[in-house]
Structure formats: structure tokens, C-alpha cells
Design a protein around this ligand. Structure first.
Ligand SMILES: [Zn+2]
Length: 297
């Protein structure tokens, strides 16, 4: 599942390639991915200018010029993809893609467009004729919201670890007195926004803390180490391209660059990079925990 780094990379690309453009046409290919009847959704979004794109936790927010917002969450499989066909808009291929979009032929599009990361759920055609695909929004979604609806939705979220106001001291204060194991707590978006399975495993390994350690047994020094490890890993991942395999656009060879950097996540049975002990996997809070039984206590 995309976490903070992957969504941050999307935010960055969207700001470079989509910000300031108008949504000329909209096609909803999977009605359940949007929060309105599909015609109403298209009418609401069509003709709107995308003023800004921001991120909060794992959410991406498109700020539209009518004062409304498009809020998207990728959940497990959701992906975005940009097809910049501006120079080829008179080509037969472009015309066929357009007609397949407008006729709602999601499966044909998937066959035709190389690199398209799944079956399109919603498609935006922008005013420069580039095409933004939201693919595989089955658990994920794209919702058109008023400001108060957006605020109520995001109001439940905890602090974003990359928010410059959020410091180790605040994190230490936040976990103090909490019950239960540390890993499920870290992954709960009401505590910390945007941290999922991959980066929670990595941060706990770097801080030398077992995923099952009770929060009550975490010292202030451990807590500071954990917060600092988390922030460093997230920043490194953003710098190197994140963990996601699917590129954002046909020219994108940056996305996914952090993948080889994982030290415990999905390395079950391989030797620990610190001590050579075999990395173990077990279920903690319903999710897979990866850890080194020697380095983590
Ligand atoms: Zn180890």
C-alpha cells in the first residue's frame, strides 16, 4: 500500500504536471469509486481548474477553483498514471484512446496503454490533452467534497511525521501512557497519519524496538530514536523514489527507487544486514511484522 513517500512523490509529480490545468472531460468507469452519481460527479468536476495539490498522510487533495476539493486515497491497489499525449493529439492512436475513454472501455485501455497500472476507475482529460488516470480504485476512492466535508474527513487524522511542527518531543508526549503494542499504534492513522506496514517495520528495526514491544516499556530515549528513524526513512525514501513499482508516467524511471533499501520489510529468511541473524516474520495486530530477533528488543 502506498504510504507517505509514495503519496509525496505523486504530490510532487502532480504539482509539476497537473497543477494549473483545467479538467476538460471526466469519465467515471467505476461508479463506486466516486461519492456521487456519475453524471453529477462529471458535471461537478468538468471545467474546473486544479489550483493546487497537497498531501495529508496517505491522502492527496486536489484544490479546485470552485472552492471544492477532490480527495483521493489509493488504499491497497489504487494508482495514478499520466499520459502526456499533447504532441500526438491528431494521431490515430490518440483518437482511439479518447474514444475508448469516452465509451468507457476500461479493459481495452488497459490492453492498449503500456504501463497503465490497472483498470481505470476514473479518467480526467486535461485542457492540454494529457490524460490523468485513477486506476484500480476498488477500496480506494476519489471524492468531490466541500471544505467542511474535507475538514471533517481529515479531522480524524493524527499528525503527519513530516510536518515540520511535529517533533520527537511531541511524539514522545503522544505515546506516553498509551496501551498496547507499538507497531499497531504506529500504523493507526488516528495516531500518526500516513505510516503503513512497510515503513513502520523499517523504523522499528532502525530504532532497535520489537514490533510487539508494549508502549509502556518504551523509554523516552527509545521514543526519540523511533521518531527520528521514522522521519529519516521517510525522507530517504522520498529522495530515492519510494517503494511503489508502478511508474507515474511512461517517462518515469524514478518511482520505486527505494525498494532495494528495505532492511527487514519483506526480507523474511534473509540475513540481518547488521548481525546476520535470519529476519523473522510474524503477525502483529493483523499485519505482517518483519524483524531481527537479535537487533530488536
Ligand atoms: Zn540483526
Amino acid at each position: 500500500m502506498p504510504e507517505i513517500p509514495e503519496m509525496e512523490i505523486y504530490r510532487d509529480y502532480l504539482n509539476k504536471w497537473v497543477k494549473g490545468k483545467e479538467i476538460k472531460k471526466v469519465k467515471v468507469l467505476r461508479v463506486k469509486s466516486v461519492n456521487m452519481e456519475s453524471t453529477a460527479f462529471c458535471q461537478s468536476v468538468m471545467g474546473k481548474l486544479i489550483r493546487a495539490i497537497t498531501r495529508r498522510g496517505k491522502y492527496i487533495i486536489f484544490h479546485l477553483d470552485d472552492g471544492h476539493f477532490l480527495l483521493t486515497h489509493m488504499m491497497l491497489d489504487g494508482r495514478m498514471f499520466l499520459l502526456p499525449l499533447t504532441n500526438q493529439k491528431n494521431s490515430p492512436e490518440f483518437k482511439e484512446i479518447m474514444s475508448e475513454i469516452l465509451e468507457g472501455k476500461a479493459e481495452d485501455l488497459r490492453q492498449r496503454i503500456k504501463g497503465l497500472p490497472g483498470k481505470p476507475s476514473v479518467v480526467f482529460i486535461l485542457n492540454d490533452d494529457s490524460i490523468l488516470f485513477f486506476c484500480s480504485l476498488t477500496l480506494g476512492y476519489l471524492h468531490y467534497l466541500r471544505q467542511d466535508e474535507l475538514e471533517s474527513k481529515l479531522g480524524e487524522l493524527g499528525s503527519d511525521p513530516l510536518d515540520s511542527q511535529f517533533k520527537a518531543l511531541e511524539f514522545t508526549r503522544l505515546i506516553k501512557g498509551k496501551r498496547g503494542m507499538i507497531k499497531p499504534w504506529l500504523m493507526n492513522p488516528k495516531n500518526i497519519a500516513g505510516v503503513g506496514n512497510a515503513y513502520s517495520n523499517e523504523a522499528l528495526f532502525r530504532a532497535g524496538i520489537l514490533p510487539t514491544r508494549l508502549i509502556s516499556a518504551i523509554s523516552d530515549a527509545d521514543s526519540v530514536a523511533l521518531f527520528n528513524a521514522l522521519v529519516t526513512i521517510l525522507q530517504d525514501s522520498i529522495r530515492l523514489g519510494g517503494d511503489m513499482e508502478e511508474p507515474f508516467a511512461p517517462w518515469d524511471d524514478f518511482t520505486g527507487g527505494y525498494n532495494p533499501q528495505f532492511q527487514v520489510y519483506e526480507r523474511t529468511g534473509e540475513p540481518c544486514l547488521n548481525c546476520k541473524t535470519v529476519i523473522k516474520k510474524s503477525e502483529v495486530g493483523g499485519r505482517n511484522a518483519f524483524y531481527c530477533p537479535h537487533c530488536q528488543k
